[in-house]
Design a protein around this ligand. Sequence first.
Ligand code: FES
Ligand code: MG
Length: 585
Amino acid sequence: MTAETKRNSLARKAPGKLRSARWFAPDDLRSFGHRSRAMQMGYAPEDWAGKPVVAIVNTWSDAQPCHAHFKSRVEDVKRGVFQAGGFPMELPALSLSESFVKPTTMLYRNMLAMETEELLRSHPVDAAVLMGGCDKTTPGLVMGALSAGLPMIFLPAGPMLRGNYRGQALGSGSDAWKYWDERRAGNLSAAEWQGVEGGIARSYGHCMTMGTASTMTAIAEALGLTLSGASSIPAADANHIRMASAVGRRAVEMAWEDLTPDRVLDARAVRNAVTVAMATGCSTNAVIHLIAMARRAGVPLGLDDLDAASRVTPVIANIRPSGSTYLMEDFYYAGGLRALMARLGDRLDLSAVTVSGRTLGEELEGAEVYDEDVIRSLENPIYQEGSLAVLRGNLAPDGCVIKPSACAPHLRQHEGRALVFDSYPGMKAAVEDESLDVTADDVLVLRNAGPRGGPGMPEWGMLPIPKKLVKEGVRDMLRISDARMSGTSYGACVLHVAPEACVGGPLALLRTGDRIRVDVPARTIDMLVEPEELARRRAAWTPPAETVGRGWNWLFARHIEQADQGCDFDFLKSGFGASAGEPDI
Ligand code: FES
Ligand code: MG
């Protein structure tokens, strides 16, 4: 049986069994209302009767440069839905711009997840296209749609074109940090800095380094949630437009087949996504989102699973910041994620089902690598292992993460004196003060920046190197925090320390002057303080006063889980309480 006939042989729903038929079909007063209001928008029964309604959850907004093309790209999705005999229904959702939202989009990932789930539950829709790509939009949309349980397919925004400054390629985030340090060191003029500013982001699309956005869309593809190859297409490439309409067409078929996400996102898919994440040199943020998405799907996943995968998976995507030169545009021309997954071969479970209705193995047939330096062989990786390491010890009993592939080798085993900051503004002022008592061997620590303390775990974890040391040429130091860092960041940054300081994790007990030892090969992180002394400090510790008495932040503080648990809300996890079920009025 060919793949195409196999796909077509999936049982098809009768039109009367479509979920949307409950809104549109009955001869009663409520359905009269639904039909007359569809007609108010200029539609006729020919547009909807007996057809699947496809929700298009669109995260476009004027504050979302990574999704600027979604305003028109959604029309290409709709074209595909109409072509396949479906009825598209665009539902705008929180756009979560990584560039503009303060204090951090992570504070709102779960809001997008809740919004997506409830949009799908409350509207007359049979399947969903999810349009996202900028960092938190991918996990937010996927988490919500998983909980809603309707057939769903993800359309990644695609990376922006490479940046350009005087003929040099510029990478999102990574080059901003790099040139900013040169500017702080006095090596870059204001005019040069402005040149970088105007050249670093020159098309729509998400960040084009292997930051959180590229990592998460690759993970979505590896989970089987996109059409094959979708995550690597640059946003500005006409292939992206054609992919958008193909996604619309496929969503209609998924509604007929009732290809619900539980048939796609299973334990095989999660293992595949973890392996692919490690092989791409993933953003550290992937850890949190992978755990959260897997758990929404009812698949247990923890930090140790990720550490174990990291130890046996070579990093073969030579993309910055783990790689030294290439960006996502180069990755696409080299064959993209399909080629990378084909390289991983039997390290992946090729029997996993994707939203196409075909297996991953079938989807990867014919995939080839066109540039051996961009997508390396397993025998010639950029790192044999080490996309990620999970450390534990008396400073982080529930674990923390570091990206060994992006840090200076001499800092992977390091002991030094702690320099502790309780707040971001305090740290920021101190590192600019050239009289600060600090050496390159010290360990910079920022706390109260975790899921609850931040709140929302801002991307503060790549603490700036103190200005006086930058001037001396220092470019990396050991840094520790309960915050996250941008996926485009680099350096010896220990992140996501759990439990966080704000809830009484041992990080709260650390003092400036204590010695800290980190040993990445041994996976340990400890403060060299006697247990009796720590007990004394524990007895004297008081939790920070609650500052927010209403609204989202109030809800967030009460229900956010720690980083090692994926930062979901406790009440949104799969298996929590009774399901809201289907609206039956
Ligand atoms: Fe949107 Fe980086 S700012 S992906
Ligand atoms: Mg980012």
